[in-house]
Design a protein around this ligand. Sequence first.
Ligand SMILES: Cc1cc2nc3c(=O)[nH]c(=O)nc-3n(C[C@H](O)[C@H](O)[C@H](O)COP(=O)(O)OP(=O)(O)OC[C@H]3O[C@@H](n4cnc5c(N)ncnc54)[C@H](O)[C@@H]3O)c2cc1C
Length: 368
Amino acid sequence: MINFELDQEQQLIRDTVVSFARDEIRPHAREADEKGLIPSALIQKGWELGLVQSIIPEEFGGFGNGHSAISGAVVAEELAYGDLSIAMHLLAPRLVTVPVLEFGSDALKRSVLPRFCGDRFEPASAAVMEPRMDFDALTPTTSLKRDGDDYTLNGEKCLVPLGNEARQFLVIAGLSNGTGASHPQAVLIDRETPGLTIGDRERNMGLKALATTRLVFDGCKVPREQLLGGGDGAIARLANLWRVAQSAMAVGVARAAFDYARDYAKDRRAFGQVIAQKQAIAFMLADMAMEVDAMRLLTWEAAWKLDRNEDATREAHLAKRYAAEMALKITDNALQVLGGHGYIRDHLVELFLRNARSFAMLEGFAIA
Ligand SMILES: Cc1cc2nc3c(=O)[nH]c(=O)nc-3n(C[C@H](O)[C@H](O)[C@H](O)COP(=O)(O)OP(=O)(O)OC[C@H]3O[C@@H](n4cnc5c(N)ncnc54)[C@H](O)[C@@H]3O)c2cc1C
């Protein structure tokens, strides 16, 4: 009944992404973080892996059969093992393609999906979070109101990845039902839409290589064809897909920190012995290894339920909360294993720790 074995296709994708993360992403992680810039050649190489095109069916220009949360989790973990900012940049187009695949009308699929099947990286993103302390993805204050046959969008979003270059945004807004109440609705808008203002790049503690911005919608006209379907359950499902994708990325970051610390501990000598042989360090490394596997199991369980089209709200929340906490604990412990060397920028563990901090506060950041 339970099987943790990846199928042949999933193994092939994982092997490809593992090599790409090791040989292409990781060597760029430090410089991209310092410069706040990911080389466009690297993004293009990542695009050529087909991670976005491979979930789009042939009839819309791709070469896939739809997406799977499990396959997405495998890809997200491995990319984030290389570097979290670069992983999020490469997967950002899925913030549009997955919702359109799941909840777009046939006409919307035909107009949107082929542009993600070209030879060049197609920047796209989602605007979910709002700059307010009581933000909840299911009760956005960004509002969508009926305006004749179409709609008008007003509000503000923050931490929008690729806000500086995305050509299309999936926006989660509250659709007013005319009685004062509203329900969450996903809508697609183009970058050139009159009334949309893109803010300056945000200055974040981590994820420094990933450009995030605010978006302000001031009376943006939205044709009704740009609304996604799926009813009330659509946003809940998308939110669960996002939580699972983030959990998988947290596993990748935590595993990267654990591997780094373990290798360092086996090499670093203090008081005549490698520190990996001191119990204080050995116990810490054992706990880290255990938690990485536990994080992955929770993530895969939620993904498995999503792939069966079951309600995975509980599982996705548990996975996300646990992964966010453990990613922070594991990266902090990794830094501790390196002692004073962990605190300086010669080693990647301080970068892993800064990036891991993002999981505790990001919501709806990445779909895999
Ligand atoms: C911001 C900063 C400023 C500093 N300023 C100064 C300064 O002004 N002057 C100065 O002299 N030094 C300074 N240091 C260095 C600091 O004193 C050392 O970082 C510290 O002594 C740890 O040594 P280490 O970094 O070589 O780690 P290591 O000795 O390599 O230790 C690595 C890890 O192994 C653990 N460990 C080591 N030995 C054992 C053991 N026997 N049993 C169990 N666990 C063990 C450690 O607890 C640590 O977690 C500074 C460090 C930092 C981060």
